[in-house]
Design a protein around this ligand. Structure first.
Ligand SMILES: *Cc1c(COP(=O)(O)O)cnc(C)c1O
Length: 282
């Protein structure tokens, strides 16, 4: 069973604590040695453990997915040396380049966590182990076709827009039930659960509402999920808000800056609006 089913279980200290993490968000020092990575990974794991303990969850029920977007191969190799074996990337071409550059690390696998343009499905089908941003039947169809050609299958998460912001990708919550019912047609896609990006806000309770929405939706969908469609996973929470996500049932947290260091560019660079072309920036 996942975490608490209502907000009241979170002690009031949590909000203040989480807000202080929000303030630090974007101010993480750069990790440049294996030792830095070991320390940062341990610090993030300690934060995960503490959040789990607060709501009576087993720390092993939360998977940490380190997010290496914008980080070059040399530094990713340090993270690998510190123990990272799965990395999240939000841009397909960047991920594919890194996969090629690090093909010698045969036990390193890649999770694509950003929006997929249909013309890039071929790349994802070739190298990704997991895709967390499925949000259209068109993408599901294109992926399934490419995966069949490659003789591969893929773990997928359905991305849901829980913040209501137009700039965010993902299905509207009300569109998810019908979408899930259509997924068994795509036999190469192993559906694992739902993924979301919460509102970027320093108001912890508004962020929390996004996570509660995703969990509630998952719980409803699970009651009549089609055969073979797994809905156990909830991928939610990043460097600034993963404790709240864990309190609300996250089984995967996607953490970049708290492990690799602050990124120089603002967040809206990484989540371009629909009119911005992916990879149109240097
Ligand atoms: C970058 C990114 C993250 C991680 O964000 P941090 O602030 O670096 O922890 C999580 N999820 C997605 C989809 C991302 O693009």
């Amino acid at each position: 069973m996942q975490g608490p089913s209502d907000e009241t279980k979170a002690p009031s200290a949590t909000t203040a604590e989480t807000q202080s993490w929000h303030e630090q968000h974007g101010r993480y020092p750069q990790a440049v040695t294996v030792e830095d990575f070991r320390r940062n990974l341990a610090a993030v794991q300690a934060r995960i453990d503490t959040a789990c303990r607060r709501v009576g969850r087993a720390p092993a029920s939360v998977r940490l997915l380190p997010v290496s977007k914008t980080i070059d191969a040399a530094r990713i190799r340090l993270a690998y040396a510190a123990g990272c074996r799965v990395l999240g990337e939000n841009k397909v071409q960047e991920a594919h380049r890194k996969w090629e550059a690090m093909a010698d690390l045969s036990d390193l696998s890649w999770s694509v966590i950003g929006h997929l343009q249909t013309n890039k499905t071929k790349l994802v089908a070739r190298f990704a182990a997991e895709f967390q941003a499925l949000d259209s039947l068109r993408a599901a169809e294109a992926l399934d076709r490419r995966l069949q050609a490659e003789g591969r299958s893929l773990d997928v998460f359905v991305q849901v827009n829980t913040s209501g912001e137009v700039s965010k990708y993902g299905l509207s919550p009300e569109d998810v039930p019908a979408f899930i019912q259509a997924l068994p047609a795509f036999t190469t896609l192993r559906v694992r659960g739902l993924m979301t990006l919460a509102l970027f806000s320093s108001e912890a309770e508004r962020v929390r509402r996004c996570f509660i929405l995703l969990r509630t939706l998952r719980d409803q969908l699970r009651q009549n999920a089609p055969a073979g469609i797994g809905l156990n996973e909830l991928s939610m929470g990043m460097s600034g808000d993963f404790e709240i996500a864990i309190e609300e049932g996250a089984t995967v947290v996607r953490v970049g800056q708290a492990i690799f260091g602050a990124r120089a560019l603002p967040d809206n660079y990484y989540w371009p609006s629909e009119t911005t072309t992916e990879e149109s920036h240097p």
